[in-house]
Each structure stands twice: as C-alpha cells, then as structure tokens.
Ligand binder design. Structure first.
Ligand SMILES: [Fe+2]
Length: 239
C-alpha cells in the first residue's frame, strides 16, 4: 500500500512536470510564430499535432523501452519546438540558439536534456534524413524516432500542404493544389516504402493516414476538377 502511494505520488509529480513543460513552451511558440511569421502549416496547430502523436507513441513505446519514461519532457519539448528553427522561416542556427536560450532560462530541463532536444530537432527533417540518414543519438535514439516520425505523420494532411503553398510559394490556389499533389506523389505517399517509420505506433497509424489523404486529395479533385485532372492517386472512392 505504501509503495502504491509512492508510485501514485511519482506519477502525479511526473504529470505535473509534463503539464509544466507544455505551459512553459507554448508562449515561446506563440512569440516565435509571430516574430518569423510562421504560417498555419508550421505554427501552434502543427506543434500540437506532433505533440499528440509523440505522446501516444511515447506511451506505447515506453511499455517496451521503459527508459523512455524519463525522457518524456525531452520528447514533448522536441515535438513542440521542432519547427521554431526551420530554415523555411528562420536561419537555422539563429533559431536553434533562441530555442536553447529559452529552454535554459524558462524551463526545468537540464543541460543534457537541452542538448538532446537540440540534437533531435536539428537532425529530424525529411531532407536531412534523406541526405545523411539517421544520426546516432545514443540513449535518445528512440526519442528521436518518436518525434521525427510524429512530424512525418503530420505530413499526411493535404490541406496543410496546400496552406503552406498558399502562404510561402504561390497565392494561386490551382498551383498550390497541384504542388501539394506533386509532393504527395513524390514524397508523402512513399514514406512507408522508403522505410522512414521504425516504431510500431507509426507503422500502424501511417497506413490509415495514407488512406485518409488519398480521400482528401480525391475530394480536392472533385472540388477543383480542372486543376488536378491528371492526379492518379489510385484511390477508388467507391471502395
Ligand atoms: Fe514539423
């Protein structure tokens, strides 16, 4: 009984700290989004989606890798801030330094934990993995895959891709839909074949998201038939 109470106390303390880290980081995201005019596709909504997948994956993976239990705040933090140093919006080094300074000053994360966050978010992008493969992050390797894969899972949202194009590439909606379609055909729908997912959680969720994104793209084809008339998603809506 005494031990159970201790465990409950530990769980309560951990839950309190995780709430704390999220509440500590949200203001930083809001101010960074404003400062660098980060559009909706990579702003707070995206941070929350990556956090959600990371949490669910962390919960599942912790059953197999208990050491992950101690890395929760590193995972949550990496998920939340990962795009606040994205070179599409800010010089990567400047962005990363700002993140490190903030974490050091306004959170309870230790220096090794801040270093782990820095390593994860500076090596997890699709293009970096394509160019140099997965880094060796030692004890934080699983944490790395959880956050990286959560970001990839968030990429299956067709509307998000169109929104990014609208803000950053071209205000012409036709062009944006076509660009999104091209991105999905050449990249997003190949994530599984490209062996970019390693965790059980992501492998399970990805296939569902592939199917949903096919439907999403086909709906755009119905709304805008002339724009993506050449789309061949291969998804039959009647099925
Ligand atoms: Fe992202």
């Amino acid at each position: 009984m005494f031990n159970n109470n201790n465990n409950n106390n530990n769980n309560n303390n951990n839950n309190f700290l995780s709430m704390k880290i999220v509440s500590q980081i949200v203001p930083f995201i809001l101010s960074t989004v404003q400062k660098y005019q980060i559009d909706d596709s990579h702003a707070i909504g995206h941070a929350f989606e990556v956090l959600r997948h990371s949490h669910l994956n962390w919960k599942q993976s912790s059953l197999i890798y208990p050491s992950l239990l101690e890395q929760r705040d590193v995972i949550y933090t990496s998920a939340l801030v990962h795009d606040m140093c994205d070179n599409k919006y800010v010089d990567e080094k400047i962005g990363l330094t700002a993140i490190q300074n903030y974490l050091y000053q306004y959170t309870h994360l230790t220096n090794p934990e801040i270093n782990a966050v820095s390593s994860i978010i500076s090596t997890m992008s699709y293009s970096k993995v394509k160019n140099t493969g997965f880094p060796d992050l030692g004890d934080y390797q699983m944490a790395y895959h959880i956050v990286r894969e959560s970001d990839l899972l968030a990429a299956y949202d067709v509307d998000r891709s169109i929104i990014y194009n609208l803000y950053k590439i071209d205000s012409n909606i036709d062009t944006c839909i076509n660009n999104a379609n091209h991105l999905f055909k050449t990249r997003v729908w190949k994530h599984l074949d490209d062996s970019l997912f390693t965790t059980t959680y992501s492998l399970g969720v990805a296939q569902t998201l592939v199917d949903e994104s096919y439907k999403q793209m086909d709906t755009w084809r119905e709304i805008y038939p002339s724009t993506i008339s050449t789309i061949t998603s291969g998804y039959d809506l009647s099925k």
